[in-house]
Write a protein that binds this ligand. Structure first.
Ligand code: PLP
Ligand code: COI
Length: 340
């Protein structure tokens, strides 16, 4: 199969329209079998629940070309399960896990020419999403839904590629203690848009959100969980209002089982930030993006790993995780879903 003529090593994290996407519809209390379409646009009634009350959730995962030329996806079962959790919270009908995984496979196979080659630095990003489609004017859930997955080749999430980031401690909050921070609801991202634009205007790459109740503990950023390194220990914030990142959960396992590190999932206080040697943002899009500096209202926390390279431990984690994803390091049972 011939690959598309794309400059793989220079693409960023943007939308490049690919040929086929998956669509399934929920009507009369059940999901249909779904299938592929080349229609990238969606026509809905003006009063669709997604437009009026933001009844939508999404996922993000990637497909990779491995060293031996296979195309694989990384732990799609966990994305499927997290979408079930999002749907339950938003009163949307969950798509069965098996149908989700089958849809991932269909979309990747149909767009195989867009899966970036091994070693190119790019990957195929998959965006599953679901929305309430019928008209609803009183505040209540829709009764009809559409689920889709599209694919787009992507490069690094942060402008300038993999480089140490400068992030700020945010004055605005992302998710209330008993709110929706732990699910992947579109509304969590809508409320972060003002703040991300402001952060960029002020010269920061991202916002670190604190726990809104005490504003003393780290939560996560707008699109990634946080990891910190102290000696041989990987520390990551524990909170009921952050997204349970699949990358972070995988890294905890990799740190312990592959790299012999200690791991701690616990509350992380703003006041202890200067005791860490390395910091990174982790997620499907972010992979592991190293943080060089955190700015807390004039107080600068500069990690000893510096502003030019990834810290040594972060690099080891990055290389091991991406090695597992690209087939150069043996994966734990069930992590790699071979597609073709
Ligand atoms: N946190 C937020 C708010 C996110 O949007 C994402 C991206 O999905 C993550 C964390 C990372 O999660 P994952 O590793 O499952 O992609
Ligand atoms: C992902 O990492 O897949 C996400 O959904 C994060 C988003 C900010 C791009």
């Amino acid at each position: 199969m011939e690959k598309k003529n794309i400059q793989w090593d220079s693409i960023g994290f943007g939308y490049i329209q690919t040929e086929q996407r998956y669509v399934a519809n929920y009507r009369d209390g059940k999901w249909d079998n779904g299938g592929l379409t080349d229609e990238a646009n969606i026509t809905l009634n003006e009063c669709a629940c997604v437009f009026q009350y933001a009844q939508t959730c999404f996922e993000g995962l990637k497909a990779y070309t491995t060293k031996d030329g296979k195309i694989v996806a990384f732990r799609p079962d966990l994305n499927a399960q997290r979408m079930v959790d999002s749907c339950n919270q938003l009163k949307m009908p969950a798509l069965p896990v098996e149908q989700f995984i089958d849809a991932v496979k269909q979309v990747v196979k149909a767009n195989a020419a867009y899966v970036p080659p091994y070693g190119s630095g790019a990957t195929l990003y998959l965006r599953p999403f679901m929305m309430g489609t019928n008209s609803v004017i009183g505040v209540k859930p829709a009764s009809e839904y559409q689920f889709r997955i599209f694919a787009t080749p992507v490069g690094p999430y942060f402008k300038g590629g993999v480089r140490p980031l400068t992030v700020r401690i945010s004055d605005l909050d992302r998710a209330a203690p008993h709110g929706t921070g732990h699910i992947k609801a579109g509304l969590n991202y809508a409320m972060s848009l003002y703040n991300i634009v402001d952060a960029h205007e002020q010269g920061y790459d991202e916002n670190i959100y604190l726990d809104p109740q005490t504003r003393t503990k780290l939560e996560e950023t707008g699109g990634a969980n946080i990891i910190l390194i102290k000696g041989n220990t990987l520390v990551t914030p524990k909170s009921g209002s952050i997204l349970p990142s699949i990358t972070r959960r995988s890294l905890l396992y990799v740190a312990k089982e592959y790299l012999g590190m200690e791991v701690e999932e616990r509350e992380v206080y703003l006041s202890e930030l200067d005791t860490f040697e390395e910091c990174g943002l982790c997620g499907t899009a972010a992979v592991i993006s190293p943080v060089g500096k955190i700015v807390d209202h004039g107080r600068e926390i500069c990690f000893p790993s510096g502003m030019t390279d990834m810290g040594a431990k972060t690099k080891k984690l990055y290389e091991t995780l991406t090695g597992i994803q690209m087939g150069t390091i043996p994966a734990p049972e069930g992590w790699i879903c071979e597609i073709m």
